[in-house]
Design a protein around this ligand. Structure first.
Ligand SMILES: [Zn+2]
Length: 479
């Protein structure tokens, strides 16, 4: 295969023969082509503040987020902190004022104003993630410290109930009649219950908290989870806020009965049975108190990373499954979507539009190879067969690569005489801080002739890409 890899011709971007229409075409591309985003994560450094005491949760958002960035799982989305007034719409107004004036201790048992201020950001993150999930289907808020905060009280490292503030905001949306709260922290969401009763929201909130049950083993846990998810669907939750707590772990000093694999399975089940069924999910972190021998929270980070991986996998699978709607994403008018009988849930349509409207790509390199050059043995059929196997393997083997690879399958067999490979890159550097670190994509296709202008060929190749499926291979956290 070595000769097959060598290129006969290579154009740099500056030498591309670009006709008058080229600029227009790539302008068009810039409007319709963009890279699929990663897990939308509402993080801000101001969410984190040393809170002292036993729980690491005060500093967990930054630690978790930096772990996810390192593993290239997330895209940061900016947001605003919650206002005092909005906190007062869910909590006792005087409790909120006392908390910020230091007359009442926060959930960590101190009156540090910096801790109080950080809660405006953790709650703001939950609200923003929840509202975004209505459009995008699945989002993350790397926040914790919510479910023990009641209407006018707090304990257990929780100060304000971000779940309930977010739920209250969601209920102001026309399309939301019911909000599900699936609380998989190991402990009882007593603060959530308190606020639901105080505000009379029993008919608008479907609240399931695993800490309310005696769950002696993993089997009992999964039976409870199954029942909870069925209830979310049966009661018609329009969106679910999922607390993916790390403290149900059996090694957690305040847990639990599950091991890492079982916690991971829990996340998979939740995402697959809700998101894949068309119910948007915004998830957050909640408790987790394990430490390793050096005293770091690495075991907790691993659990939260697994949740993020499952979220990403479901997101990508979901997009790949909707490839038949690809053409609809390119449609200029709404009529085509509305006339489509088996159209996807509305938020998927909106998500697809967002994908193709945000970012640009630019062509940086084009390689041209003679398909059969260097193959001294074998028939065109046998050479084509092994070549396609190798290319398909290459496309499928890379999950989170620096450079993605997309194969456009030829419509004829054996393969046409020429193989093209275009390298496209995002004009924006990623958030890694390295200005050369960009999302890159190689697109490979075959053609029987060389008569077409290069920009025409690239354009027609790009138009054949199933971006929803292909983009899973190369998107990074840029933009
Ligand atoms: Zn807990």
């Amino acid at each position: 295969m070595q000769n097959f890899q060598s290129s006969l011709l290579s154009f740099s971007h500056s030498r591309l023969p670009c006709s008058g229409s080229c600029a227009d075409r790539f302008l068009f591309l810039s409007q319709v082509v963009t890279l699929k985003h990663l897990l939308r994560t509402f993080h801000d450094d101001r969410m984190s503040c040393p809170s002292g005491g036993y729980s690491p949760s005060g500093e967990k958002p930054a630690a978790v987020f930096s772990d996810w960035v390192h593993h290239r799982l997330v895209k940061r989305v900016p947001f605003e902190p919650v206002s005092i007034e909005e906190l007062q719409s869910v909590h006792d107004p005087q409790y909120v004022l006392d908390l910020f004036s230091g007359d009442v201790a926060n959930g960590h048992g101190n009156t540090d104003p910096r801790v109080a201020e950080s809660t405006r950001w953790t709650v703001g993150s939950m609200i923003a993630a929840a509202e975004d999930a209505l459009e995008s289907g699945l989002t993350c808020s790397p926040s914790s410290g919510f479910h023990h905060a009641g209407h006018a009280s707090n304990h257990g490292f929780c100060t304000f109930n971000g779940l309930m503030v977010a739920a209250n905001r969601l209920l102001q949306h026309d399309q939301v009649r019911k909000v599900g709260i699936l609380d998989c922290d190991w402990h009882r969401g007593d603060g959530t219950n308190d606020i639901i009763l105080e505000l009379g929201l029993q008919h608008s909130i479907v609240h399931w908290t695993s800490g309310e049950q005696h769950l002696p083993n993993a089997r009992a846990y999964f039976e409870w989870l199954d029942e909870a998810i069925k209830a979310m669907r049966a009661e018609g939750a329009d969106i679910v806020l999922y607390q993916a707590g790390a403290d149900p772990h059996r090694d957690d000093p305040l847990g639990g009965v599950l091991d890492n694999a079982e916690l991971s399975e829990r996340d998979r089940v939740v995402f697959e049975q809700l998101v894949a069924q068309g119910i948007p999910v915004a998830w957050n972190l909640a408790g987790g108190y394990q430490r390793d021998a050096e005293g770091s929270i690495a075991p907790v980070l691993e659990i939260h990373r697994n949740t993020a991986l499952h979220a990403l996998a479901v997101l990508q699978e979901q997009q790949a499954n909707h490839r038949k709607f690809q053409q609809a994403f390119f449609a200029a008018d709404d009529d085509r979507l509305d006339n489509c009988d088996d159209k996807p849930p509305r938020y998927l349509v909106q998500k697809g539009r967002g994908i193709f409207n945000q970012r640009k790509l630019r062509l940086t390199k084009l390689d041209l190879v003679q398909t059969y050059a260097g193959h001294l043995e074998g028939t065109p059929e046998s050479i084509s067969h092994s070549m396609m196997i190798n290319l398909e393997r290459r496309q499928e083997s890379r999950r989170f690569p620096a450079t993605g690879f997309v194969l456009i399958r030829p419509g004829v067999f054996p393969l046409p005489d020429y193989r093209f490979q275009a390298t496209l890159e995002s004009p924006y550097p990623t958030r890694s801080g390295d200005s050369d670190d960009r999302s890159r994509l190689q697109v490979c296709w075959f053609s029987g002739g060389l008569g077409e202008p290069v920009d025409e060929m690239v354009f027609s190749a790009l138009a054949k890409i199933n971006w929803d499926a292909a983009a899973t291979n190369y998107d990074r956290y840029d933009g």
